[in-house]
Design a protein around this ligand. Sequence first.
Ligand code: DQA
Length: 142
Amino acid sequence: KKLLILNGPNLNLMGEREPGVYGNESLDDINRQIEQKGKELGFECHFFQSNWEGAVIDQIHEARKEYAGIILNAGALTHYSYAVRDAIAAIHIPVVEVHCSNVHAREEFRHTSVISPVCAGSIVGFGKNSYLLALNAFEMLL
Ligand code: DQA
């Protein structure tokens, strides 16, 4: 089964941006670990990152045709993008929301996720392991 690992704005700077919050590993490092664990669980993982809201939405639309599910870290779009929310609501494959940081322990504006209600579930606060745990979620879901 194919899974899309979709990362939104600023996640390309993982490892470099606010390392106290997001850790020292690059997105490529983390993606390799997702790919490895995914393989062990029988998933073929594909990866996409964009800083552009529309590109994230296009990928969500595209994914509905060829993927069994999406692991999505939408970055700050999580907190305000009704367009990303509507894209998720429009497709019929499950989306698992992930955040590396514990968004609930941070600034007020991060406490709201406009995408959570249309996602299968959310995993937040476990650093890169949030993505790896999302693979376990897909073991259950698919
Ligand atoms: C994030 C949390 C968001 O609030 C933030 O805008 C990000 C990263 C996380 O993975 O913890 O860019 O999604």
